[in-house]
Design a binder for this molecule. Structure first.
Ligand code: ATP
Length: 318
């Protein structure tokens, strides 16, 4: 039976890299039924609305979502589109794997609470954003992270419980979940972890942390993979799943045709794996690494290829 894939190109380089990822998926599978969902700043400029309830319903109707990047509309009252999607689809685990140069580090970022919970009050004199940590939110993301720890590996809980009281709940809940599942764990202060994961990546096969810390530490781990153009992610909930590059819409290079399409194609590989198709995922990952090894790469990786020519080489490798 055909699987329905919602495609959100979004804004900026999302419009450049996602079409390449769709073509790559079409090369490895002939049973995917793609349909576009137009949300983001381009739509906001046109219609004054970046996303509405019908779009959320369209996303809910898909077996999986392939997502580019969204520029937040320049209206201070507007809430981030992707944060809304993550909340409405309850995509509570943001998984950001780095497999490169012999190391493997996966960051599992809690995706629905923390500073992104949207509990804010702004006055001319004082601005407050509450950092919400709940037992339920911590428990389910810890359970997910424990599920991807391989035998013999250690889960690392990233936190700042020595200073931020809310993190004590996150840390203790993660510890309890790991103990109940028999998963070996350690904990690290997030700031120290940002340095040590670069110095000793082999010590951190799986890191679980709250929303904002996860955003930061996964950009840090992007260094291990060669930059943001290389990093895919999966946003997983109990019912829905969305796959997107870690990078944003990159306004500084949008329209120049030089965005690295690898993160988008590797996100497509995670999507294939989510559909239970490991073979296609491995084919996509191998095609990307063979083109990178050939040196036919975009400027962020030191080459002078374009999105189009690097994409064409990856499609040819498939
Ligand atoms: P956001 O707030 O959505 O994370 P941002 O502009 O802060 O957006 P990115 O869009 O991720 O962050 O861009 C950060 C930097 O990385 C920019 O200089 C951008 O050009 C570069 N970059 C991001 N993605 C790519 C890519 N696929 N190829 C090449 N360079 C990239």
């Amino acid at each position: 039976m055909a699987r329905k894939i919602a495609v959100v190109e979004g804004d900026g380089i999302g419009k450049e890299v996602i079409p390449v990822a769709v073509k790559a998926l079409e090369k490895v599978r002939d049973d995917l039924d793609f349909f576009p969902v137009d949300v983001g700043c381009t739509r906001w400029n046109r219609e004054g609305v970046a996303i509405d309830g019908n779009d959320i319903e369209a996303l809910r109707s898909a077996d999986a979502i392939l997502f580019g990047a969204i520029t937040t509309p320049p209206d201070p009252s507007y809430r981030s589109v992707v944060v809304r999607i993550r909340k409405e689809l309850d995509l509570y685990a943001n998984v950001r794997p780095v497999h490169a140069n012999g190391v493997s580090v996966t960051v599992v970022r809690e995706n629905t609470e923390g500073l992104y919970a949207g509990v804010e009050e702004i006055t001319p004199e004082r601005a407050t954003t509450l950092r919400i940590i709940t037992r339920k939110g911590s428990e389910r993301v810890a359970r997910f992270a424990c599920g991807i720890v391989q035998p013999g590996e250690t889960l690392t809980i990233g936190h700042k419980a020595n200073v931020i009281k809310a993190d004590t709940l996150f840390l203790n809940t993660c510890r309890e979940v790991a103990e109940s599942l028999g998963v070996q764990y350690q904990d690290r202060y997030i700031d120290a972890l940002c340095l040590d994961v670069l110095m000793h990546p082999g010590r951190y096969p799986v890191i679980v942390t709250e929303n904002m810390f996860g955003d930061i530490v996964s950009d840090v781990t992007a260094y291990l993979a060669g930059g943001l153009g290389m990093l895919p992610s999966a946003n997983i909930g109990d019912r829905y799943a969305l796959f997107e590059p870690v990078h944003g819409s990159a306004p500084d290079i949008a329209g120049k045709g030089i965005a690295n399409p690898s993160a988008a194609i590797l996100s497509a590989a995670l999507l294939a794996r989510h559909l239970g198709d490991d073979d296609s995922a491995v084919r996509l990952e191998k095609a990307v690494s063979s083109v990178i090894a050939s040196g036919n790469v975009t400027p962020d990786l030191g080459g002078n290829a374009t999105t189009e020519s690097m994409g064409r080489a990856i499609l040819a490798a498939l």
